[in-house]
Design a protein around this ligand. Sequence first.
Ligand code: ZN
Length: 216
Amino acid sequence: MDASTPHCIDTTAPALLICEHCDTVHRRHPLARGEVAECARCGAVLERCRGMPAKTMLALVLTALVVFVQATLWPIVTLGLNGQYVDATLWDMIHMMWVDHSQVVAVLAAGTLFVFPLGKILILGWLLMYARNGRRAPGFRQLMVALHHLGPWTMSEVFVLGALVSIVKAHLYFDVLPDPGIYAYGALMLLITVFAGIDLTRLWDETRDEHAEELP
Ligand SMILES: [Zn+2]
């Protein structure tokens, strides 16, 4: 499909659409850029046309990966008391929680701030690498389902807000200096917000399984 076409839906897309929420079947209409199709019965979004080609999304995912690595490796804050300064990365904080008998919180933090976001970025990168050529990556079906389930477990935006509140509060007792890691998390939060608005289900329509029989 030509990325410059004004419509999102190519002619080979299925003619019918089923609402994920109420199972109503709709006839598919081509959407113009920026248009959203909603279910006539329950109002759920059926599909949207953001006009962002897979190539652009892949570039965004790679940017997110670079920013994510920086956010994880760089110190987030430096705390100072009586002239002594200590900086802490995400892993220092998780380690501190673990030895401080807050193992459950440590595991939750490691999952929602590291394992799940990294999983999401890597899966998206893998899928888009193939999707930019209109192909389905190996494991496409399972990975699309995994992405759907990973969605609610990536909470970098909650973390950034929490960290900002903590920095303001800790300022009463310590010298608190924000470090590059917190800015990287801020940038990651913006990228995640951009991604939240993209309808990934259209990858089903925009890619073709190479092993499946070609339609005439
Ligand atoms: Zn519906």
